[in-house]
Design a protein around this ligand. Sequence first.
Ligand code: NAG
Ligand code: NAG
Ligand code: NAG
Length: 422
Amino acid sequence: MANIKKNRLKDEVAFRRFLPLVSITLLGVFLLMFLLRINSNFATPFSDDFSQVLTNRSHARQMLSLPKQTEFSLQLEKRNQMPPRNLDLYPSLDEDHITIVLYVHNRPQYLKVAVDSLSRVVGINETLLIVSHDGYFEEMNKIVEGIRFCQVKQIFAPYSPHVFPNSFPGVSPTDCKEKDDATKKHCKGTPDQYGNHRSPKIVSLKHHWWWMMNTVWDGLKETKDHSGHILFIEEDHYIYPNAYRNLQILTELKPQKCPHCYAANLAPCDVNARGEGWDSLIAERMGNVGYTFNRTVWRKIHKKTTEFCFFDDYNWDITMWATVYPSFGNPVFTLRGPRTSAVHFGKCGLHQGQGEAKACIDNGMVNFQVEEIDTVANINSDWEVRVFEHQPGYKAGFKGWGGWGDKRDHQLCLTFAQMYHS
Ligand SMILES: *[C@@H]1O[C@H](CO)[C@@H](O)[C@H](O)[C@H]1NC(C)=O
Ligand SMILES: *[C@@H]1O[C@H](CO)[C@@H](O)[C@H](O)[C@H]1NC(C)=O
Ligand SMILES: *[C@@H]1O[C@H](CO)[C@@H](O)[C@H](O)[C@H]1NC(C)=O
């Protein structure tokens, strides 16, 4: 009896001694499994080392869990490889050109106005205009195909929900809707912080922006080695004739005048403001109209992929203000002139003016009184910089408006950041 007890005790002691070793080994195995899973399924930004092992891109693509493409999606991807148009008219780009990226969805009436304004921009013929489309719409294409004032390249987001009629990232029949209970309804999806399931039309905006950023900086033959700045505008922005020349001055002045500025902007961060008209430059909070930055800044943003992709807000700009910029550790300022060089004219918001609803420009036209002073560069390089501190707006701590809770959207977003890093 006693002997058995003693033996058992011995076993127990041995087992206890053994336990930490077993736990550590198991922990190690789990960690390894976890890391491998992250690398193969989630393609987080940490997996750079792992992906370097991969020999080529098509191999890497198989490792990334991008959605299964439709024939149409593949065609769009192929079309993105086509060279820019108008090479016959503009065979070369100016040595220190600022590339312009215009990202659009489906508001042809707006796009006509934006393109018409671009046609009058002084210096536009020195640069490349990239039009990035969320979805494929003939009327939008026609407008872009009509451009003759500069080199122009069209790209189409191949994973846009708009080009997947019955599968993710579009709507799939098994998806949960609105406030469905996934277990009760046996449907697919993770609700956002407010209990709502994904809406493909709404998540497409943030996906497009992130796909476009990654593609333009790191994926396109025409721009992946571009060493200068890139200007980003949207289909509901009216661009003044002096925008390009002003931007050239601002980006050149930035290193001396505002070394802590991350970007240069065409317009004030308050979209209703038109500028102060002072004799000075202004450094202020990063805005979302006509923002322009370089690859150094893009690399910083790309490092915050996790923050961008997991923040539960379907707006790319609010995501940037509430998570990405605050994570840089210091306030993110942008440099601009005292008079705006771009105006945001989209009044219709997200749900109107898209697709089925009629676009809502007053009387079918926007009327901007561009004054004489705004037709030529109007920034003086002798001006001092006035800094606007502590402006109101979204900042760290804001929890997000939701709409971005589905794990599949998080993963697609992470994958976009890995696409060109193998
Ligand atoms: C890239 O990888 C794919 C899949 O592993 C392979 O079929 C292809 O031959 C590779 N291409 C090159 C250029 O190594
Ligand atoms: C660009 O346009 C200007 C007029 O605005 C013209 O003087 C110049 O020659 C054009 N350059 C090219 C490369 O077409
Ligand atoms: C890009 O801009 C940042 C911020 O203005 C600046 O610190 C950096 O030196 C610039 N990088 C290059 C390569 O010009």
